[in-house]
Design a protein around this ligand. Structure first.
Ligand SMILES: [Zn+2]
Length: 443
């Protein structure tokens, strides 16, 4: 940037002290606001350009960049911790005036899914495209909002921690899961977490109080092999196809609830076939005169937090009955209940003072919240809810299409998000009334 005005001046101008600044310094306020915004956008662009896609995310460059822009925000401590070699976390801590109170954690992940370059009309790591929404925007927005608050002289009551994690896109096991069981995490004494949400195509911000859990279901069938001409009962593939048809009917019943408007997509169980494996190999492909003795199918299952996992397993057992030489296996990709046996749901009503503070902050920022939702996918939030930490998923992006191959985020939406976070961080970190933080905060 060619002109280096002090951040204090820029923010004074941004937040309504325009007249005094003009008479004092004689700078065009419009120009000054514009310069600040250019710098904020430039930080975002620079972060996007760091290649953090799997399979080889460059966490070192991401952390050194984030540390450099965090210096503008004057954190009390900056720590990089590697629980697993090559998988660093960055933890920025802003001490509150009462550090004995449970702290706020602002979470985001540094990694992104591999870019499928062929399907992009812009180079995927050009600014404002790949991974603009998921979720590099919020990481920079947290820091820019904290810079604004710092410049305004705001001192949080509760300590605020900003955490950048690795490996969210590949289960989080070497990232958040290691973090969650660490001494360092316990010492943060986290009372509330804010994590990523999803873009909203409308004027209203979306907020997520829970998420669906992902299971991988594998069905296997065994039976007598037989000549291709022979009709007989109980062949492996006949039984596997019967199961596939039952699953398909169940899938339709869930999808009908969505199509009819009774349920949101994230409120139903989704089950989709991922692979089928069967057949007797030959030199040219498969034997076409031989009914094979085994077959296997894999399904991706996403279940909402209110589903009883035992009921679902009973259903799987009915789809793959032992009496038909079938079996099933489930691989659970994350927790179903918290360590204390609670549903992984953060209340969004008057029982939860964090929710009240959050909702009021959105209103104060001039925004409006849509009805709180369950997130269709999984994020690091599930590990925090597993620890009974109230957690909301929130990415302040209105009038934005959900990320696809040509992911995009308008600069005004990004800048508006910084504004929203200044209200949200101020409100959450100022929440005083401990007596309201009763057991009912968590379910
Ligand atoms: Zn994400």
């Amino acid at each position: 940037m060619a002109v280096d005005l002090s951040a204090a001046l820029l923010l004074l101008l941004l937040y309504g002290h325009v007249e005094r600044s003009i008479t004092t310094v004689g700078v065009d306020p419009q120009q000054t606001v514009h310069l600040l915004q250019e710098q904020q956008v430039s930080h975002f662009q620079q972060y996007l350009q760091i290649r953090t896609a799997h399979p080889n995310p460059d966490y070192t460059s991401a952390i050194s960049f984030l540390t450099s822009i965090a210096n503008h925000t004057a954190p009390s401590t900056i720590r990089t911790i590697e629980f697993v070699p090559g998988k660093p976390l960055l933890i920025l801590t802003y001490l509150g005036s009462d550090p004995s109170l449970p702290s706020i954690l602002l979470n985001s992940h540094m990694d992104s899914v591999p870019a499928d370059v062929d399907r992009w009309s812009h180079p995927p790591f050009a600014a404002f495209t790949r991974r603009a929404q998921d979720d590099k925007c919020i990481g920079v927005q947290y820091l820019e909002a904290l810079r604004v608050l710092k410049t305004e002289g705001f001192v949080p009551v509760r300590t605020v921690n900003v955490v950048f994690t690795p490996d969210e896109k590949i289960t989080g096991i070497d990232g958040w899961v290691e973090f969650a069981v660490s001494r360092e995490f316990r010492e943060l004494n986290v009372g509330f977490m804010l994590d990523e949400g999803q873009a909203s195509p409308s004027e209203d911000f979306r907020v997520f109080y829970s998420e669906r859990t992902r299971w991988r279901l594998i069905l296997k069938a065994h039976g007598l092999p037989g000549h291709g001409s022979k009709l007989y009962d109980g062949s492996a593939l006949e039984n596997l196809m019967d199961a596939a048809m039952e699953i398909s009917r169940f899938r339709d019943s869930q999808f009908d609830l969505v199509k009819s408007g009774i349920s949101l997509p994230s409120d139903v169980i989704s089950i989709n076939p991922m692979y089928m494996e069967a057949g007797t190999p030959s030199n040219t492909g498969f034997q076409m005169n031989m009914q094979p003795s085994e077959g296997e199918m894999g399904f991706d299952v996403h279940l909402p937090p209110t589903v009883d996992p035992d009921d679902l397993r009973t259903r799987f057992a009915e789809w793959a009955p032992r009496t038909k030489n079938m079996s099933y296996m489930v691989i659970e990709d994350g927790p179903i209940r918290s360590y204390t046996g609670r549903l992984l749901i953060t209340p969004t009503d008057s029982s939860n003072p964090w929710w009240i503070a959050f909702e009021q902050a959105i209103t104060q920022s001039g925004g409006k919240l849509a009805k709180p939702e369950v997130l269709s996918l999984t994020t690091d939030s599930r590990f925090a809810r597993q620890l009974d930490i109230p957690t909301l998923g929130f990415s302040p992006m209105v009038n934005t299409l959900l990320h696809q191959h040509n992911e995009f985020l308008q600069d005004y939406v990004f800048l508006q998000g910084i504004q929203v976070y200044t209200h949200v961080i101020r409100a959450l970190s100022s929440l005083l009334d401990e007596s309201m933080l009763t057991e009912s905060t968590i379910m």
